[in-house]
Design a protein around this ligand. Structure first.
Ligand SMILES: [Zn+2]
Length: 322
């Protein structure tokens, strides 16, 4: 019988699950709420219960699966299968996730950081087209990412590789949560785009609906800024051009170091779509090394919310073959 995979995307509000074929086709999907009460002590037991319940429902036994893969926030020890410092789960102490899930389900378990796992997902079944060299940049509340080089996820000495959000794009720029100045995250995250809009709005004296919205104290999001730019709002066009410059500069540098086949751009901010891709590409082509320009492509992410579960499942394939 063909064996299957389970992918889990553990987040602060929901835990997403999927059962997939070995080829990465999603067969079943479901989710549960993440219970972060009492230092998140119910999270792992709830995951175990949900998996066992579903397997019973579908008439599947543990030996029908090669393994379970999971993407988790916080600091992940891949060898030991533990997580610590996942503050959106209230996990401040060490959680023996692998040990508990393997004991509770009887299925081998693999884990990695959530940004890396999403990168694996887009690489395997999304815009990365299963290439050996793919970089994923996700523009959400923060800016995260993952690097696959020569077919392997890059972790670095202590797992801090692929911190794309902290590439410095303006050494005199805004203060970042990491205490450096001018990290990509300070200008290319959802809040970063709004910060740029507010700053440029102060200096802008022409006619602009975006400026009017800001001055009127209305809620302005990254989406508002891109929508206004689409409509030709003069201030919004200045703001998005600055955003394209920063992200294009970062992508140029990523390209110059890694020369991936694809740099995949995902996350909420990337919903701005083709307009964003074209804008970033212009600056990418300006800063990329000549041979990188012609061989590294920028693409929009394709899997949306499914990148996490699909990438988590691919973790099983990556790890179980080693
Ligand atoms: Zn930073």
């Amino acid at each position: 019988m063909l064996k299957k995979l389970i992918g889990i995307d553990l987040g602060g509000t929901t835990v997403k699950f999927a059962i997939l074929t070995e080829e990465g086709e999603v067969q079943q999907k479901w989710s549960i709420e993440t219970d972060i009460q009492e230092a998140g002590k119910n999270i792992v037991p709830n995951i175990i219960e949900s998996i066992n319940h579903r397997l019973e429902l579908y008439g599947l036994s543990a030996d029908a699966f090669i393994g379970i893969g999971m993407g988790s926030p916080g600091t992940v020890d891949r060898e030991k299968g533990t997580v610590i410092g996942a503050f959106n789960l209230n996990w401040s102490t060490l959680q023996p996730v692998k040990e508990l899930i393997e004991a509770g389900t009887g299925i081998p378990f693999y884990i990695d950081n959530d940004a890396n796992v999403a990168a694996l997902g887009e690489r395997w079944k999304g815009a990365g087209e299963n290439g050996a060299d793919v970089v994923f940049v996700t523009l959400g509340t923060g800016v995260g990412g993952g690097i696959i080089a020569d077919g392997n996820l890059i972790h670095g000495k202590v797992g801090a590789a692929g911190e794309i959000g902290h590439i410095i794009v303006d050494s005199e720029g805004y203060l970042c949560t990491c205490e450096n100045q001018g990290c990509l995250e300070t200008v290319a995250s959802a809040t970063g785009v709004v910060r740029l809009a507010r700053d440029f709005s102060e200096k802008f004296s022409g006619e602009s609906e975006l400026k009017w919205l800001i001055d009127d104290g209305q809620e302005v999001t990254a989406k508002t800024v891109f929508e206004q730019a689409k409509r030709g709002d003069k201030l919004a066009l200045i703001v998005v051009d600055k955003f394209y410059y920063y992200l294009g500069l970062a992508c140029g540098n990523i390209g110059n170091i890694l020369n991936p086949e694809t740099i995949v751009i995902g996350g909420g901010v990337s919903a701005a779509g083709d307009m964003l891709l074209k804008g970033v590409e212009e600056y990418f082509l300006k800063y990329a090394f000549p041979t990188v320009k012609t061989s590294t492509k920028l693409k929009l992410a394709q899997l949306g919310n499914d990148a996490g579960v699909i990438g988590a499942a691919s973790l099983v394939k990556q790890s179980s073959k080693n």
